[in-house]
Write a protein that binds this ligand. Sequence first.
Ligand code: NAD
Length: 467
Amino acid sequence: MRADLFIDGEWHRPAATIPVTDPATGEVVGHAADGTEQDVARAVAAAARAFPDWAARGYAERAALLGALADRLRDRRDELVATVVAEVGCPVTVTRESQVDVAIDVVRYYADLAAHRSPVREVGASLVHEVPAGVVAAITPWNYPLYQLAAKVAPALAAGCTVVAKPAELTPLSTCLFAEAVAEAGLPPGVVNVVLGRGQVVGAALASHPGVDVVSFTGSTTVGRAVMARAAESVKRVCLELGGKSASVVLPGADLVTAVRATVASATLNSGQTCSAWTRLLVPAAQHDAAVECAAEAMAAVVVGDPHDPATENGPLVSAAQRDRVESFVARARARGARVIGHGRVLPPRGHFTSPVVVAGAGEDWEIAQEEVFGPVLVVLPYRDEDEALRIANGTRYGLHGAVWGEPERALAFAARMRTGQVDVNGPSFSLDAPFGGFGQSGIGRELGEEGLREYTETVAVQGVLG
Ligand code: NAD
């Protein structure tokens, strides 16, 4: 597949391309544009030209076009699934549900939210108008490329903004299919533009471009910090969805087996390349050994293999560099004295596969228990009492997503004390209505729900002598 630049409603052949490889085989599956600063300038200019008309259309008209976009994406569902499997290496069953269907649902969700939305409300003696913020740069990572694109583009378009999207170098193909659906749905030229290319070139140019009003970035905390610094030069709004090291806390009396199995499932979703994954399992000290044994059993049962096989639960990691990074975290924990369970299983001969593992015996302040590994690695940590559990759960620089297991009233009380953007109580739960985002270095701002739309609006308060 060729992935070109999509600017002002037209496809443009780039001067140079970057090969896209399948992480399961190492084979080249596409060639994507290696965009330049000039491409960014052209795309931002197109988005700025398209903005006044798109902003003036009002919520109902934009909602209808977003609905058409959701329909066109639905028509291309199988192609989108095949493309995400090929570029991410995410197993087909997981891809269908957690990469593609959820992306289409997000577009539909914002079409519905916008359909009946009023842009004006009365606050005291003022009329407060909700107006689109302007041109949005949407910079996305490789782990859920279509969903993360949709979670930015759909609310931005609903709000009346125009967009320049920049996907990760490793996974540009699904973003181009999204752009094809945008054109088929009849969105005006320039409302959505796509500039493929390198982060340090295209991403950096978007973050600092004075014609961009909002940068919505999902990716690593390190790059998020750089994006924020660049955006500061022209004082633009920055929304950051960054890393996580989320805790799953089993309170005394909880159903240990259910909690541990669900935590392993979360830690290994998309081979652990999920920002919201529960990667630290906190258990009462008396149940530590039983929890480790149960986690090791559940981890051993994770089916690793060909992502095209519907039975596969974990495919490869996205790249050799990512696999090496994950394995070096595990090796350092082991060298420091941690017990690594599940290491060294027989893996497919080609591709960037790694063994899903449980790490026991690590200190709560060790690197493996503090840093985002972004691979199928679950760290089990014991605690003495609830206060200590809370201190450990809140004791990282992140705060994205947590879990609590136990008697409902006690679990809800514990959840309310966690410094994290979302908490699931007694089971995983995902809702497009629920704002998603982080405390601390997990980011700034929220995606999804009503809050997700407001990231792309400004308010104008109008008052005075009106009679
Ligand atoms: P990354 O930070 O390396 O890259 C993310 C995007 O930023 C890519 O499009 C990349 O090309 C671009 N980029 C790189 N350097 C840039 C620069 N200097 N200026 C502007 N843009 C630049 O992240 P990744 O490796 O693609 O993704 C994995 C990370 O994303 C993990 O840390 C994960 O936790 C995080 N993530 C967070 C969320 C969330 O919602 N909080 C969701 C998914 C992933």
